[in-house]
Ligand binder design. Structure first.
Ligand code: ATP
Ligand code: ATP
Ligand code: MG
Ligand code: MG
Lengths: 257, 257
Protein backbone atom coordinates (compact mmCIF):
# COMPACT_ATOMS: atom_id res chain seq x y z
CA UNK A 1 0.00 0.00 0.00
CA UNK A 2 1.14 3.61 -0.54
CA UNK A 3 2.83 5.70 2.14
CA UNK A 4 0.27 8.37 3.13
CA UNK A 5 1.76 11.72 4.23
CA UNK A 6 -0.20 14.73 5.56
CA UNK A 7 1.45 18.08 4.81
CA UNK A 8 0.19 20.39 7.50
CA UNK A 9 0.77 23.47 9.64
CA UNK A 10 -1.99 25.66 11.06
CA UNK A 11 0.18 28.73 10.45
CA UNK A 12 -0.84 30.25 7.17
CA UNK A 13 1.35 30.82 4.13
CA UNK A 14 4.31 28.64 5.19
CA UNK A 15 4.58 26.63 1.95
CA UNK A 16 2.21 23.66 2.49
CA UNK A 17 0.74 23.77 -1.01
CA UNK A 18 4.06 24.60 -2.67
CA UNK A 19 5.60 21.59 -0.89
CA UNK A 20 2.72 19.25 -1.79
CA UNK A 21 2.90 20.14 -5.49
CA UNK A 22 6.68 20.20 -5.90
CA UNK A 23 7.56 17.28 -3.62
CA UNK A 24 4.88 15.31 -5.45
CA UNK A 25 6.27 16.27 -8.85
CA UNK A 26 9.84 15.44 -7.74
CA UNK A 27 8.84 11.99 -6.49
CA UNK A 28 6.98 11.39 -9.78
CA UNK A 29 10.10 12.45 -11.73
CA UNK A 30 12.02 9.77 -9.80
CA UNK A 31 9.56 7.14 -10.99
CA UNK A 32 7.27 7.01 -7.94
CA UNK A 33 3.51 7.00 -8.53
CA UNK A 34 2.04 9.84 -6.47
CA UNK A 35 -1.55 10.80 -5.64
CA UNK A 36 -2.21 14.25 -4.16
CA UNK A 37 -5.33 14.91 -2.09
CA UNK A 38 -6.35 18.57 -1.96
CA UNK A 39 -8.11 19.11 1.37
CA UNK A 40 -7.99 22.92 1.33
CA UNK A 41 -11.20 24.82 0.43
CA UNK A 42 -8.99 27.34 -1.39
CA UNK A 43 -8.11 24.55 -3.87
CA UNK A 44 -4.63 26.00 -4.45
CA UNK A 45 -3.00 22.60 -5.09
CA UNK A 46 -5.64 21.86 -7.74
CA UNK A 47 -5.11 25.26 -9.40
CA UNK A 48 -1.35 24.97 -9.17
CA UNK A 49 -1.57 21.76 -11.21
CA UNK A 50 -3.77 23.23 -13.89
CA UNK A 51 -7.12 21.69 -12.83
CA UNK A 52 -9.74 24.24 -13.95
CA UNK A 53 -12.96 24.78 -12.01
CA UNK A 54 -14.97 22.96 -14.67
CA UNK A 55 -12.86 19.82 -14.25
CA UNK A 56 -13.54 19.67 -10.50
CA UNK A 57 -16.65 17.59 -11.01
CA UNK A 58 -15.94 14.98 -8.32
CA UNK A 59 -13.93 16.44 -5.42
CA UNK A 60 -12.55 15.68 -1.95
CA UNK A 61 -15.80 17.16 -0.59
CA UNK A 62 -17.80 14.43 -2.38
CA UNK A 63 -15.43 11.78 -1.04
CA UNK A 64 -15.71 13.01 2.58
CA UNK A 65 -19.49 13.23 2.31
CA UNK A 66 -19.65 9.67 0.96
CA UNK A 67 -21.24 10.72 -2.35
CA UNK A 68 -18.31 9.34 -4.39
CA UNK A 69 -15.42 6.93 -3.95
CA UNK A 70 -11.86 8.24 -3.79
CA UNK A 71 -11.10 6.31 -6.98
CA UNK A 72 -13.81 8.15 -8.90
CA UNK A 73 -12.36 11.55 -7.89
CA UNK A 74 -8.78 10.94 -9.12
CA UNK A 75 -7.69 13.14 -12.05
CA UNK A 76 -4.39 12.92 -13.98
CA UNK A 77 -2.16 16.02 -14.15
CA UNK A 78 0.24 17.16 -16.88
CA UNK A 79 3.08 15.53 -14.90
CA UNK A 80 3.39 11.78 -15.66
CA UNK A 81 2.89 9.67 -12.55
CA UNK A 82 1.25 12.51 -10.61
CA UNK A 83 -2.53 12.54 -10.07
CA UNK A 84 -4.85 14.51 -7.80
CA UNK A 85 -8.21 14.49 -6.01
CA UNK A 86 -9.20 18.18 -6.48
CA UNK A 87 -10.87 20.57 -4.00
CA UNK A 88 -13.58 23.23 -4.13
CA UNK A 89 -14.78 25.83 -1.57
CA UNK A 90 -17.69 23.68 -0.37
CA UNK A 91 -15.11 21.81 1.72
CA UNK A 92 -15.34 24.65 4.23
CA UNK A 93 -18.78 23.51 5.39
CA UNK A 94 -17.54 20.00 6.32
CA UNK A 95 -17.20 20.87 10.03
CA UNK A 96 -20.91 21.67 10.16
CA UNK A 97 -22.19 19.02 7.76
CA UNK A 98 -20.44 16.15 9.56
CA UNK A 99 -20.86 17.59 13.08
CA UNK A 100 -23.21 14.82 14.21
CA UNK A 101 -21.60 11.86 12.43
CA UNK A 102 -19.81 9.30 14.62
CA UNK A 103 -17.26 8.48 11.88
CA UNK A 104 -16.55 12.12 11.03
CA UNK A 105 -12.80 11.90 11.71
CA UNK A 106 -12.22 8.65 9.82
CA UNK A 107 -13.97 9.55 6.56
CA UNK A 108 -10.79 10.15 4.58
CA UNK A 109 -8.94 7.17 6.08
CA UNK A 110 -11.77 4.82 5.17
CA UNK A 111 -12.20 6.31 1.67
CA UNK A 112 -8.48 5.87 0.90
CA UNK A 113 -8.45 2.35 2.39
CA UNK A 114 -11.45 1.30 0.29
CA UNK A 115 -10.00 2.72 -2.93
CA UNK A 116 -7.69 0.52 -4.98
CA UNK A 117 -4.51 2.54 -4.41
CA UNK A 118 -2.19 -0.42 -4.82
CA UNK A 119 -0.63 1.22 -7.88
CA UNK A 120 0.35 4.31 -5.84
CA UNK A 121 3.66 4.62 -3.98
CA UNK A 122 2.86 7.89 -2.15
CA UNK A 123 -0.26 9.83 -1.21
CA UNK A 124 0.38 13.48 -0.19
CA UNK A 125 -2.45 15.40 1.50
CA UNK A 126 -2.43 19.22 1.31
CA UNK A 127 -4.12 20.66 4.43
CA UNK A 128 -5.76 24.04 5.12
CA UNK A 129 -4.20 26.47 7.64
CA UNK A 130 -6.10 25.25 10.71
CA UNK A 131 -6.49 22.29 13.09
CA UNK A 132 -10.11 21.68 12.06
CA UNK A 133 -11.96 18.55 10.92
CA UNK A 134 -10.27 18.60 7.49
CA UNK A 135 -6.79 18.50 9.03
CA UNK A 136 -7.86 15.94 11.64
CA UNK A 137 -9.13 13.69 8.81
CA UNK A 138 -5.73 13.99 7.13
CA UNK A 139 -3.87 13.15 10.36
CA UNK A 140 -6.07 10.12 11.02
CA UNK A 141 -5.56 8.86 7.45
CA UNK A 142 -1.79 9.44 7.36
CA UNK A 143 1.23 7.28 8.16
CA UNK A 144 3.37 10.40 8.61
CA UNK A 145 3.21 14.16 8.99
CA UNK A 146 5.44 16.59 7.10
CA UNK A 147 5.54 20.09 8.61
CA UNK A 148 6.69 22.96 6.37
CA UNK A 149 8.13 25.63 8.69
CA UNK A 150 8.66 29.12 7.35
CA UNK A 151 11.82 30.70 8.80
CA UNK A 152 9.90 33.43 10.60
CA UNK A 153 9.12 34.20 14.24
CA UNK A 154 5.32 33.72 14.10
CA UNK A 155 5.75 30.37 12.36
CA UNK A 156 7.88 29.07 15.23
CA UNK A 157 5.18 29.84 17.76
CA UNK A 158 2.66 27.34 16.47
CA UNK A 159 4.99 24.32 16.21
CA UNK A 160 4.56 23.12 19.79
CA UNK A 161 0.77 23.21 19.49
CA UNK A 162 0.93 21.31 16.19
CA UNK A 163 3.21 18.56 17.51
CA UNK A 164 0.96 18.23 20.58
CA UNK A 165 -2.07 17.75 18.31
CA UNK A 166 -0.20 15.10 16.31
CA UNK A 167 0.55 13.30 19.59
CA UNK A 168 -3.10 13.44 20.61
CA UNK A 169 -4.25 11.96 17.28
CA UNK A 170 -1.62 9.21 17.60
CA UNK A 171 -2.94 8.26 21.04
CA UNK A 172 -6.64 8.52 20.27
CA UNK A 173 -7.13 7.51 16.63
CA UNK A 174 -4.02 6.56 14.66
CA UNK A 175 -1.32 4.59 16.51
CA UNK A 176 0.88 4.38 13.40
CA UNK A 177 1.14 8.16 12.91
CA UNK A 178 4.72 9.47 13.08
CA UNK A 179 6.22 12.91 12.51
CA UNK A 180 7.96 12.32 9.19
CA UNK A 181 9.87 15.56 9.58
CA UNK A 182 10.05 19.34 9.58
CA UNK A 183 11.07 21.20 6.42
CA UNK A 184 12.55 24.71 6.62
CA UNK A 185 10.94 26.82 3.86
CA UNK A 186 11.52 30.29 2.39
CA UNK A 187 15.06 29.96 3.69
CA UNK A 188 17.02 33.17 3.03
CA UNK A 189 20.56 33.06 4.33
CA UNK A 190 20.94 36.87 4.07
CA UNK A 191 18.23 37.23 6.73
CA UNK A 192 19.16 36.93 10.44
CA UNK A 193 15.70 35.63 11.27
CA UNK A 194 16.35 32.58 9.07
CA UNK A 195 19.48 31.57 10.99
CA UNK A 196 17.80 32.30 14.34
CA UNK A 197 14.88 30.02 13.46
CA UNK A 198 17.18 27.31 12.05
CA UNK A 199 19.39 27.27 15.13
CA UNK A 200 16.36 27.17 17.44
CA UNK A 201 14.63 24.36 15.54
CA UNK A 202 17.68 22.15 15.00
CA UNK A 203 18.60 22.49 18.69
CA UNK A 204 15.12 21.62 19.95
CA UNK A 205 13.85 19.17 17.35
CA UNK A 206 17.15 17.68 16.16
CA UNK A 207 16.81 14.76 13.76
CA UNK A 208 13.16 15.61 13.01
CA UNK A 209 14.40 18.50 10.88
CA UNK A 210 15.27 17.57 7.28
CA UNK A 211 18.78 18.47 6.17
CA UNK A 212 17.37 19.80 2.90
CA UNK A 213 16.09 23.38 3.20
CA UNK A 214 13.87 25.10 0.61
CA UNK A 215 15.31 28.52 -0.37
CA UNK A 216 13.13 31.54 -1.07
CA UNK A 217 12.93 31.40 -4.88
CA UNK A 218 10.58 33.46 -7.03
CA UNK A 219 10.23 30.64 -9.61
CA UNK A 220 8.29 28.64 -6.97
CA UNK A 221 5.69 31.37 -6.74
CA UNK A 222 5.54 32.00 -10.49
CA UNK A 223 4.94 28.38 -11.52
CA UNK A 224 1.37 28.07 -10.14
CA UNK A 225 0.09 30.81 -12.44
CA UNK A 226 1.07 28.51 -15.34
CA UNK A 227 -0.66 25.51 -13.72
CA UNK A 228 2.53 23.41 -13.57
CA UNK A 229 5.08 22.47 -10.91
CA UNK A 230 8.32 24.48 -10.71
CA UNK A 231 10.14 21.41 -12.06
CA UNK A 232 8.24 21.77 -15.33
CA UNK A 233 8.42 25.58 -15.30
CA UNK A 234 12.13 26.00 -14.50
CA UNK A 235 13.90 22.72 -13.67
CA UNK A 236 17.29 24.33 -12.98
CA UNK A 237 15.94 26.87 -10.48
CA UNK A 238 17.15 26.64 -6.86
CA UNK A 239 13.55 25.99 -5.76
CA UNK A 240 13.08 23.01 -8.09
CA UNK A 241 16.47 21.55 -7.21
CA UNK A 242 15.68 21.84 -3.49
CA UNK A 243 12.45 19.88 -3.88
CA UNK A 244 14.26 17.17 -5.85
CA UNK A 245 16.78 16.92 -2.99
CA UNK A 246 13.90 16.83 -0.49
CA UNK A 247 12.25 13.97 -2.40
CA UNK A 248 15.48 11.98 -2.25
CA UNK A 249 15.85 12.64 1.45
CA UNK A 250 12.24 11.66 2.11
CA UNK A 251 12.66 8.40 0.19
CA UNK A 252 15.78 7.61 2.23
CA UNK A 253 13.96 8.33 5.50
CA UNK A 254 10.94 6.25 4.51
CA UNK A 255 13.08 3.30 3.42
CA UNK A 256 15.26 3.48 6.54
CA UNK A 257 12.30 2.83 8.84
CA UNK B 1 -18.98 54.64 19.04
CA UNK B 2 -15.71 53.28 17.60
CA UNK B 3 -15.31 52.21 13.98
CA UNK B 4 -15.02 48.41 14.01
CA UNK B 5 -12.84 46.92 11.26
CA UNK B 6 -12.31 43.19 10.57
CA UNK B 7 -8.91 42.39 9.03
CA UNK B 8 -9.46 39.18 7.15
CA UNK B 9 -8.43 36.90 4.31
CA UNK B 10 -8.82 33.11 4.31
CA UNK B 11 -5.53 32.81 2.43
CA UNK B 12 -2.81 32.16 4.94
CA UNK B 13 0.28 34.26 5.61
CA UNK B 14 -0.80 37.39 3.68
CA UNK B 15 -0.08 39.90 6.48
CA UNK B 16 -3.34 40.02 8.48
CA UNK B 17 -1.63 40.04 11.89
CA UNK B 18 1.20 42.31 10.75
CA UNK B 19 -1.41 44.78 9.45
CA UNK B 20 -3.54 44.59 12.61
CA UNK B 21 -0.56 45.30 14.89
CA UNK B 22 1.13 48.00 12.81
CA UNK B 23 -1.98 49.79 11.55
CA UNK B 24 -3.21 49.82 15.15
CA UNK B 25 0.09 51.21 16.43
CA UNK B 26 0.16 53.86 13.68
CA UNK B 27 -3.38 55.02 14.47
CA UNK B 28 -2.45 55.17 18.19
CA UNK B 29 0.65 57.25 17.32
CA UNK B 30 -1.69 59.72 15.59
CA UNK B 31 -3.70 60.08 18.79
CA UNK B 32 -6.50 57.65 18.06
CA UNK B 33 -7.53 55.22 20.83
CA UNK B 34 -7.39 51.71 19.37
CA UNK B 35 -8.57 48.33 20.69
CA UNK B 36 -7.34 45.17 18.95
CA UNK B 37 -9.33 41.94 19.20
CA UNK B 38 -7.25 38.79 18.58
CA UNK B 39 -9.59 36.19 17.12
CA UNK B 40 -6.89 33.81 15.88
CA UNK B 41 -6.21 30.63 17.93
CA UNK B 42 -2.52 31.09 17.10
CA UNK B 43 -2.58 34.30 19.18
CA UNK B 44 0.07 35.94 16.99
CA UNK B 45 -1.28 39.49 17.50
CA UNK B 46 -1.13 38.99 21.29
CA UNK B 47 2.45 37.65 21.08
CA UNK B 48 3.49 40.38 18.66
CA UNK B 49 2.45 42.96 21.28
CA UNK B 50 4.32 41.32 24.11
CA UNK B 51 1.37 39.65 25.90
CA UNK B 52 2.86 36.55 27.55
CA UNK B 53 0.84 33.36 27.97
CA UNK B 54 0.50 34.00 31.72
CA UNK B 55 -1.17 37.35 31.09
CA UNK B 56 -3.85 35.82 28.84
CA UNK B 57 -6.11 35.19 31.79
CA UNK B 58 -9.33 36.50 30.22
CA UNK B 59 -9.39 36.04 26.44
CA UNK B 60 -11.55 36.40 23.33
CA UNK B 61 -12.57 32.76 23.92
CA UNK B 62 -14.09 33.72 27.31
CA UNK B 63 -15.87 36.66 25.70
CA UNK B 64 -17.38 34.54 22.90
CA UNK B 65 -18.46 31.85 25.37
CA UNK B 66 -20.12 34.48 27.55
CA UNK B 67 -17.93 33.73 30.59
CA UNK B 68 -16.54 37.29 30.65
CA UNK B 69 -17.42 40.72 29.30
CA UNK B 70 -15.31 42.30 26.57
CA UNK B 71 -14.38 45.07 28.98
CA UNK B 72 -12.90 42.61 31.48
CA UNK B 73 -10.66 41.09 28.77
CA UNK B 74 -8.99 44.33 27.65
CA UNK B 75 -5.24 44.59 28.38
CA UNK B 76 -2.99 47.60 27.76
CA UNK B 77 0.08 47.20 25.54
CA UNK B 78 3.45 49.00 25.68
CA UNK B 79 2.15 51.38 22.98
CA UNK B 80 0.15 54.27 24.51
CA UNK B 81 -3.44 54.34 23.25
CA UNK B 82 -3.27 50.72 21.99
CA UNK B 83 -4.97 47.92 23.95
CA UNK B 84 -5.88 44.30 23.11
CA UNK B 85 -8.23 41.44 23.93
CA UNK B 86 -5.78 38.50 23.72
CA UNK B 87 -6.28 35.03 22.24
CA UNK B 88 -5.37 31.46 23.18
CA UNK B 89 -5.57 28.14 21.27
CA UNK B 90 -8.89 27.15 22.88
CA UNK B 91 -10.54 29.49 20.37
CA UNK B 92 -10.22 26.69 17.82
CA UNK B 93 -13.00 24.70 19.49
CA UNK B 94 -15.54 27.54 19.15
CA UNK B 95 -17.13 26.03 16.00
CA UNK B 96 -18.01 22.92 17.96
CA UNK B 97 -18.83 24.52 21.31
CA UNK B 98 -21.28 27.03 19.84
CA UNK B 99 -22.62 24.70 17.12
CA UNK B 100 -26.11 24.52 18.65
CA UNK B 101 -26.45 28.11 19.83
CA UNK B 102 -28.93 30.35 17.95
CA UNK B 103 -26.84 33.48 18.59
CA UNK B 104 -23.55 31.87 17.64
CA UNK B 105 -22.74 34.40 14.87
CA UNK B 106 -23.60 37.52 16.89
CA UNK B 107 -21.60 36.73 20.05
CA UNK B 108 -18.76 39.16 19.29
CA UNK B 109 -21.07 41.91 18.00
CA UNK B 110 -23.19 41.77 21.14
CA UNK B 111 -20.16 41.62 23.46
CA UNK B 112 -18.59 44.70 21.84
CA UNK B 113 -21.94 46.56 21.86
CA UNK B 114 -22.47 45.81 25.56
CA UNK B 115 -18.96 46.90 26.52
CA UNK B 116 -18.35 50.58 27.26
CA UNK B 117 -16.15 51.28 24.23
CA UNK B 118 -17.08 54.96 24.03
CA UNK B 119 -13.47 55.92 24.72
CA UNK B 120 -12.23 53.94 21.69
CA UNK B 121 -11.94 55.44 18.19
CA UNK B 122 -11.12 52.18 16.37
CA UNK B 123 -11.52 48.46 17.01
CA UNK B 124 -9.39 46.22 14.73
CA UNK B 125 -10.17 42.48 14.67
CA UNK B 126 -7.37 40.05 13.59
CA UNK B 127 -8.95 36.98 11.94
CA UNK B 128 -7.64 33.44 11.42
CA UNK B 129 -6.96 32.14 7.88
CA UNK B 130 -10.41 30.67 7.24
CA UNK B 131 -14.08 31.57 6.71
CA UNK B 132 -15.19 29.76 9.88
CA UNK B 133 -17.33 30.90 12.83
CA UNK B 134 -14.55 33.11 14.23
CA UNK B 135 -14.29 35.10 10.99
CA UNK B 136 -18.08 35.21 10.58
CA UNK B 137 -18.34 36.68 14.10
CA UNK B 138 -15.83 39.36 13.11
CA UNK B 139 -17.73 40.18 9.88
CA UNK B 140 -21.05 40.42 11.74
CA UNK B 141 -19.52 42.72 14.39
CA UNK B 142 -17.67 44.97 11.93
CA UNK B 143 -18.54 48.22 10.14
CA UNK B 144 -15.88 47.54 7.51
CA UNK B 145 -13.57 44.83 6.17
CA UNK B 146 -9.89 45.40 5.37
CA UNK B 147 -8.38 42.71 3.14
CA UNK B 148 -4.57 42.34 3.12
CA UNK B 149 -3.65 40.89 -0.27
CA UNK B 150 -0.19 39.39 -0.74
CA UNK B 151 1.16 40.11 -4.23
CA UNK B 152 1.22 36.43 -5.19
CA UNK B 153 -0.81 34.25 -7.54
CA UNK B 154 -2.44 31.97 -4.94
CA UNK B 155 -3.52 34.99 -2.90
CA UNK B 156 -5.41 36.43 -5.88
CA UNK B 157 -7.44 33.28 -6.25
CA UNK B 158 -9.31 33.58 -2.97
CA UNK B 159 -10.38 37.22 -3.29
CA UNK B 160 -13.58 36.57 -5.23
CA UNK B 161 -14.73 33.99 -2.70
CA UNK B 162 -13.96 36.36 0.18
CA UNK B 163 -15.83 39.32 -1.33
CA UNK B 164 -18.78 37.03 -2.03
CA UNK B 165 -18.83 35.93 1.63
CA UNK B 166 -18.72 39.59 2.74
CA UNK B 167 -21.72 40.27 0.49
CA UNK B 168 -23.62 37.31 1.97
CA UNK B 169 -22.99 38.51 5.53
CA UNK B 170 -24.12 42.03 4.55
CA UNK B 171 -27.40 40.66 3.20
CA UNK B 172 -28.11 38.16 5.96
CA UNK B 173 -26.73 39.63 9.20
CA UNK B 174 -25.02 43.01 8.97
CA UNK B 175 -26.51 45.58 6.59
CA UNK B 176 -23.93 48.20 7.52
CA UNK B 177 -20.91 46.09 6.53
CA UNK B 178 -18.80 47.66 3.77
CA UNK B 179 -15.50 46.62 2.16
CA UNK B 180 -13.21 49.27 3.66
CA UNK B 181 -10.51 48.37 1.18
CA UNK B 182 -7.84 46.01 -0.12
CA UNK B 183 -4.21 46.52 0.92
CA UNK B 184 -1.36 45.19 -1.23
CA UNK B 185 1.22 43.58 1.08
CA UNK B 186 4.76 42.17 0.70
CA UNK B 187 5.01 44.43 -2.34
CA UNK B 188 8.36 43.90 -4.09
CA UNK B 189 8.80 46.03 -7.17
CA UNK B 190 11.73 43.92 -8.43
CA UNK B 191 9.34 40.96 -8.77
CA UNK B 192 7.16 40.64 -11.94
CA UNK B 193 4.47 38.83 -9.97
CA UNK B 194 3.96 41.93 -7.83
CA UNK B 195 3.23 44.17 -10.82
CA UNK B 196 1.03 41.48 -12.42
CA UNK B 197 -1.08 41.23 -9.26
CA UNK B 198 -1.23 44.99 -8.81
CA UNK B 199 -2.36 45.59 -12.40
CA UNK B 200 -4.97 42.84 -12.15
CA UNK B 201 -6.38 44.07 -8.82
CA UNK B 202 -6.45 47.77 -9.65
CA UNK B 203 -8.17 47.03 -12.97
CA UNK B 204 -10.84 44.79 -11.44
CA UNK B 205 -11.37 46.34 -8.02
CA UNK B 206 -10.41 49.97 -8.73
CA UNK B 207 -11.10 52.38 -5.89
CA UNK B 208 -11.39 49.53 -3.35
CA UNK B 209 -7.60 49.17 -3.50
CA UNK B 210 -5.70 51.49 -1.17
CA UNK B 211 -3.09 53.71 -2.83
CA UNK B 212 -0.66 52.88 -0.02
CA UNK B 213 1.16 49.58 -0.56
CA UNK B 214 3.12 47.72 2.14
CA UNK B 215 6.62 46.81 0.90
CA UNK B 216 8.35 43.56 1.79
CA UNK B 217 10.55 44.73 4.70
CA UNK B 218 12.43 42.44 7.07
CA UNK B 219 11.95 44.84 10.01
CA UNK B 220 8.22 43.97 9.94
CA UNK B 221 9.01 40.32 10.55
CA UNK B 222 11.72 41.00 13.13
CA UNK B 223 9.62 43.27 15.39
CA UNK B 224 7.23 40.54 16.69
CA UNK B 225 10.09 38.60 18.30
CA UNK B 226 10.65 41.68 20.49
CA UNK B 227 6.94 41.94 21.34
CA UNK B 228 6.57 45.45 19.90
CA UNK B 229 5.20 46.99 16.70
CA UNK B 230 7.67 47.87 13.93
CA UNK B 231 7.06 51.56 14.72
CA UNK B 232 8.63 51.03 18.13
CA UNK B 233 11.32 48.67 16.82
CA UNK B 234 12.48 50.70 13.80
CA UNK B 235 10.35 53.78 13.13
CA UNK B 236 12.28 54.88 10.02
CA UNK B 237 12.00 51.50 8.26
CA UNK B 238 10.04 51.36 4.99
CA UNK B 239 7.57 48.96 6.62
CA UNK B 240 6.80 51.29 9.53
CA UNK B 241 6.48 54.31 7.27
CA UNK B 242 4.08 52.41 4.99
CA UNK B 243 1.78 51.54 7.88
CA UNK B 244 1.80 55.19 9.04
CA UNK B 245 0.77 56.20 5.49
CA UNK B 246 -1.90 53.49 5.50
CA UNK B 247 -3.29 54.79 8.82
CA UNK B 248 -3.57 58.28 7.32
CA UNK B 249 -5.30 56.96 4.20
CA UNK B 250 -7.71 54.89 6.29
CA UNK B 251 -8.62 57.90 8.44
CA UNK B 252 -9.28 59.94 5.28
CA UNK B 253 -11.48 57.19 3.83
CA UNK B 254 -13.42 56.75 7.08
CA UNK B 255 -14.01 60.51 7.47
CA UNK B 256 -15.00 60.89 3.80
CA UNK B 257 -17.98 58.54 4.23
N1 ATP C 1 10.33 28.78 -1.18
C1 ATP C 1 9.53 29.72 -1.66
N2 ATP C 1 10.05 30.80 -2.27
C2 ATP C 1 9.26 31.79 -2.73
N3 ATP C 1 7.91 31.80 -2.64
C3 ATP C 1 7.34 30.75 -2.06
C4 ATP C 1 8.08 29.65 -1.54
N4 ATP C 1 7.22 28.75 -1.02
C5 ATP C 1 5.99 29.25 -1.20
N5 ATP C 1 6.04 30.46 -1.82
C6 ATP C 1 4.93 31.37 -2.13
O1 ATP C 1 4.46 31.87 -0.86
C7 ATP C 1 3.05 31.84 -0.80
C8 ATP C 1 2.64 30.90 0.31
O2 ATP C 1 2.93 29.58 -0.03
P1 ATP C 1 1.80 28.44 -0.03
O3 ATP C 1 0.55 28.98 -0.60
O4 ATP C 1 2.39 27.22 -0.62
O5 ATP C 1 1.64 28.26 1.55
P2 ATP C 1 0.49 27.47 2.31
O6 ATP C 1 1.07 27.10 3.62
O7 ATP C 1 -0.02 26.39 1.45
O8 ATP C 1 -0.63 28.63 2.49
P3 ATP C 1 -2.10 28.42 3.14
O9 ATP C 1 -1.84 28.45 4.63
O10 ATP C 1 -2.91 29.59 2.66
O11 ATP C 1 -2.60 27.11 2.64
C9 ATP C 1 2.57 31.40 -2.18
O12 ATP C 1 2.23 32.54 -2.92
C10 ATP C 1 3.77 30.66 -2.77
O13 ATP C 1 3.82 30.78 -4.18
N1 ATP D 1 5.48 43.45 4.46
C1 ATP D 1 6.13 42.43 5.00
N2 ATP D 1 7.45 42.29 4.76
C2 ATP D 1 8.14 41.23 5.27
N3 ATP D 1 7.59 40.28 6.04
C3 ATP D 1 6.28 40.37 6.32
C4 ATP D 1 5.48 41.45 5.84
N4 ATP D 1 4.21 41.27 6.29
C5 ATP D 1 4.22 40.14 7.01
N5 ATP D 1 5.46 39.60 7.05
C6 ATP D 1 5.88 38.34 7.68
O1 ATP D 1 5.26 37.29 6.90
C7 ATP D 1 4.69 36.30 7.75
C8 ATP D 1 3.19 36.27 7.51
O2 ATP D 1 2.57 37.47 7.97
P1 ATP D 1 1.38 37.42 9.04
O3 ATP D 1 1.65 36.39 10.07
O4 ATP D 1 1.12 38.80 9.48
O5 ATP D 1 0.23 36.94 8.06
P2 ATP D 1 -1.22 36.41 8.47
O6 ATP D 1 -2.09 36.64 7.30
O7 ATP D 1 -1.63 37.02 9.76
O8 ATP D 1 -0.94 34.84 8.67
P3 ATP D 1 -2.04 33.76 9.19
O9 ATP D 1 -2.84 33.45 7.98
O10 ATP D 1 -1.21 32.60 9.69
O11 ATP D 1 -2.81 34.42 10.27
C9 ATP D 1 5.04 36.71 9.17
O12 ATP D 1 6.17 35.98 9.57
C10 ATP D 1 5.36 38.20 9.10
O13 ATP D 1 6.30 38.61 10.02
MG1 MG E 1 -2.05 26.01 0.94
MG1 MG F 1 -2.32 36.04 11.52
Amino acid sequence: PPRIIAITNQKGGVGKTTTTINLGASLALMGERVLLVDMDPQGNASTGLGIGQAARDITSYDVLMGHETAGAAILPTATPGLSIIPATPDLSSIDLELAGERDRITRLRNALRDADLGRQDYVLIDCPPSLNLLTVNALVAADGVLVPLQCEFFALEGITQLLRTVGEIRQSSNKALITQGIILTMYDQRNNLTSDVETDVRENLGALVFKTVIPRNVRLSEAPSHGIPALAYDPRSSGSQAYVALARELRRRVRAR
